[in-house]
Design a protein. Structure first.
Length: 572
C-alpha cells in the first residue's frame, strides 16, 4: 500500500525550515485560496528555494536548484510564448525522445501539462525549481533567441546615420517582447535587458577620442561589455535621452532623467545621468529592480545578524535621537537606512525623507528630492519637513554645518533622525560633526549610534575552492590565534557560468556599530579626537569593521582579498 503523501507544512517542519510559530502566524494572515507556503515566503519566514524543495518532495519529483540556460533546448523554448511561460512559471528544458522535461514552480498546476503535451506531441516529465530561478532562466533563454548587443553592432554598421535620427517610437511593455526593428533602439534595449539579467547596478557608456566603450558594474566591479562604433555615439545618446525625457539638443550641460521598463515581468527603474566631456557625452544609467529591491530592503538580507541586529532593532524604534551610517560612496549606506525605515514603517508613524536623489520609492513614506536650482537644499527642505509633524526623518546626507545643526536639533526635539556621513569609520563621525560647527554637547546628547559599513563580494557557492590559510594570512586577518573548525574558501580562478566567471556572486555588508554610552559622551564633550574614542570602544569589547570581515572569511562567505580591498584604509 502506497504511503500517504505528506503536506508541505509537515515537510517544512521535518526539515526545521519553519517553526510552528511561523505556521501559526502565516495561517492567521492567509487569504482564501492562498497557499500557506506562499504566505510564509511573503512574511520572510521561508526561503523560496526551500518551499520549492518541499513541493518537490511532496509530489515526489526531482528538484533542480539551478537551470543552466546553455543546456536548455531553445527550439523547445521558441514554441512556447513568453507570456504563457511567465504566467504559468514553467520552462521546457530538453527532449529525450520520449518525453519533454519541464521545469515548473507549482507542480499542483496540472493544466499546462496537458497543453504542452499537445504542443510537443510527447509526454511531460516535470521537475520542480524555485520561481525566481525559472524567471531568470526564462529571461536568459528568450533573450538568446534574439540578437545580443555584440550582434546588433553589425546592424548598426549596415544602417545610415540618417535612418536612426528619427527613432522616437514608444517603448514596448516588455523589452523581450519588442518587435521594433530600428538598430539603435534594438541596441539600447539589448543593453538594458542584458544589464538587468546580469544583475548589473550601473551601465557606463564612455566616450573616448577614437572609441565608445560600454561597461557594466556588477557586484561593485566594472567589466567591459561591448565597444560600439564611435560614429553612432550621438545616436545612442539621443535614444537614451528620448527614453529618459531629456533634451536631446542640449549637449553642453549635465542632465538627469529616469526610464522605467519591464523585463520578463520585472519592473526596472533606471536613473540616467549625462555628462559632457572632451570627446562627447558620457552617460551612466543606474538600474533599480523594484521587485528585487523590496526583497533586499531587509536588515537580515543585507547581512546584519545576531546581537547586532537585535541592538539595531531596539535603536531604530527609539522615540528620538539621531542614527548615522558612515562609509565611502557605494558602501550601501542608503540601502541600510531604507531597510531600517521599512522595518519601522507603520500607519502610526509619519515618516518623511529628503534625498538627493530618491533611490527607491517606499510605500507609505513621504519622500522629497533636493533641487538646488530652486534653493531646495537639505537644510531648507529639513526645515519644511519639521513643519509636517514627522515622527521619523531621513536626511540623505549631512554635507554641511547648517544641515547637521538642524538635524541635531530635530533629534533633540522629539524626532528620530536617520542620516549618512562620508567618514571611514564610526568614530570619525562624531569628530566630523564637531568640525562642521556642531557644539560637542549637542553631539553627545543627540547621537544614539554610528554604523560604519562596507560591501564585500561573496564567494560563488557553485565553484568556490576550499583551502587552509597559513599563519601570515591569519595574521593579516588579525585572528592568528584562532582555531579553525572547517575549511576556508577562495574564489576559483575563471569562476563558472553562475558567477559570470568572476568567482564571486552577490554582496553582503561587514560593519561596526558604535552605540553611545556615558564614556563616549564624556570624550566627545572634551573634544577628544577619533583615535581616543576608538581606543575606548575597543577596550570595552566593540567589534571593529575588519574583525567582522575576518569572521565572514572564517564562515566561508568572502575572501581575504575582498576584506583587504574594502578596508585598506583601516590597515595598520
Amino acid at each position: 500500500m502506497a504511503t500517504a503523501r505528506k503536506s508541505v507544512e509537515d515537510i517544512l517542519l521535518d526539515h526545521s525550515w519553519v517553526s510552528p510559530g511561523d505556521l501559526e502566524k502565516a495561517e492567521g494572515l492567509r487569504k482564501p485560496g492562498q497557499e500557506l507556503g506562499q504566505v510564509l515566503v511573503e512574511i520572510g519566514a521561508l526561503e523560496p528555494q526551500r518551499l520549492a524543495h518541499a513541493l518537490a518532495q511532496q509530489y515526489r519529483l526531482p528538484f533542480m536548484a539551478y537551470l543552466d540556460e546553455h543546456t536548455i533546448d531553445l527550439t523547445l523554448v521558441a514554441k512556447v510564448p513568453i507570456n504563457y511561460a511567465k504566467k504559468n512559471r514553467l520552462l521546457p528544458l530538453y527532449n529525450d525522445g520520449s518525453a519533454v522535461t519541464l521545469a515548473v514552480a507549482d507542480p499542483s498546476n496540472f493544466e499546462p501539462f496537458d497543453d504542452l503535451r499537445v504542443l510537443f506531441g510527447l509526454e511531460i516529465d516535470p521537475v520542480v525549481s524555485p520561481p525566481e530561478v525559472i524567471a531568470e532562466a526564462i529571461n536568459r533563454c528568450y533573450d538568446r533567441t534574439q540578437s545580443n548587443a555584440q550582434d546588433l553592432m553589425i546592424d548598426l554598421d549596415q544602417q545610415g546615420f540618417e535612418q536612426v535620427a528619427s527613432e522616437l517610437a514608444n517603448e514596448p511593455r516588455d523589452l523581450l517582447e519588442s518587435e521594433e526593428a530600428a538598430p539603435v533602439i534594438k541596441f539600447v534595449n539589448s543593453l538594458l535587458a542584458q544589464a538587468a539579467k546580469d544583475s548589473a547596478s550601473d551601465i557606463h557608456i564612455e566616450a573616448f577620442e577614437r572609441k565608445l566603450v560600454v561597461r557594466f558594474r556588477v557586484d561593485g566591479m566594472l567589466y567591459d561589455v561591448v565597444s560600439p562604433p564611435k560614429r553612432f555615439q550621438a545616436a545612442i545618446a539621443s535614444r537614451i535621452k528620448i527614453m529618459a525625457g531629456l533634451n536631446i539638443a542640449e549637449k553642453r550641460l549635465p542632465q538627469d532623467g529616469r526610464i522605467r521598463f519591464r523585463l520578463a515581468g520585472r519592473d526596472i527603474d533606471v536613473r540616467v545621468s549625462s555628462l559632457p566631456t572632451a570627446f562627447g557625452e558620457r552617460i551612466v544609467l543606474r538600474l533599480l529592480d523594484r521587485a528585487q529591491t523590496l526583497v533586499e530592503l531587509n536588515l537580515d538580507r543585507l547581512g546584519y545578524a545576531g546581537e547586532v541586529l537585535e541592538r539595531l532593532d531596539r535603536l531604530i524604534r527609539q522615540a528620538h535621537g539621531i542614527i548615522l551610517v558612515t562609509g565611502p560612496t557605494g558602501s550601501g549606506k542608503t540601502t541600510t537606512l531604507y531597510a531600517s525605515l521599512s522595518r519601522i514603517n507603520s500607519p502610526e508613524k509619519n515618516i518623511i525623507t529628503i534625498e538627493d536623489p530618491i533611490e527607491y520609492q517606499l510605500a507609505g513614506i513621504g519622500q522629497m528630492q533636493v533641487s538646488p536650482k530652486i534653493n531646495l537644499t537639505f537644510a531648507n527642505g529639513l526645515r519644511s519637513i519639521l513643519r509636517q509633524d514627522p515622527d521619523v526623518i531621513m536626511v540623505g546626507e549631512i554635507r554641511d554645518g547648517e544641515t547637521a545643526d538642524i538635524a541635531i536639533h530635530a533629534s533633540l526635539t522629539g524626532h528620530l533622525v536617520f542620516s549618512t556621513l562620508h567618514t571611514n569609520d564610526s568614530f570619525g563621525a562624531l569628530t566630523r560633526l564637531v568640525d562642521m560647527g556642531v557644539e560637542p554637547f549637542l553631539v553627545s546628547s543627540s547621537v544614539l549610534a554610528v554604523i560604519a559599513q562596507r560591501l564585500v563580494r561573496l564567494v560563488c557557492p557553485a565553484c568556490r575552492e576550499p583551502y587552509t590559510p597559513n599563519e601570515a594570512q591569519l595574521k593579516r586577518m588579525e585572528v592568528s590565534d584562532v582555531q579553525l573548525t572547517g575549511p576556508l574558501y577562495k574564489a576559483r580562478s575563471g569562476g563558472c557560468a553562475q558567477c559570470r566567471h568572476t568567482g564571486y556572486r552577490g554582496r553582503s555588508v561587514i560593519y561596526e556599530v558604535m552605540v553611545m554610552n556615558d564614556e563616549i559622551r564624556s570624550l566627545v564633550m572634551r573634544n577628544t579626537d577619533a583615535s581616543a574614542i576608538r581606543r575606548a570602544c575597543v577596550e570595552r569589547g566593540m567589534r571593529l569593521l575588519r574583525q567582522h570581515g575576518a569572521e565572514r572569511i572564517l564562515a566561508g562567505d568572502t575572501t581575504l582579498e575582498e576584506l583587504m580591498r574594502v578596508t585598506q584604509e583601516e590597515a595598520v
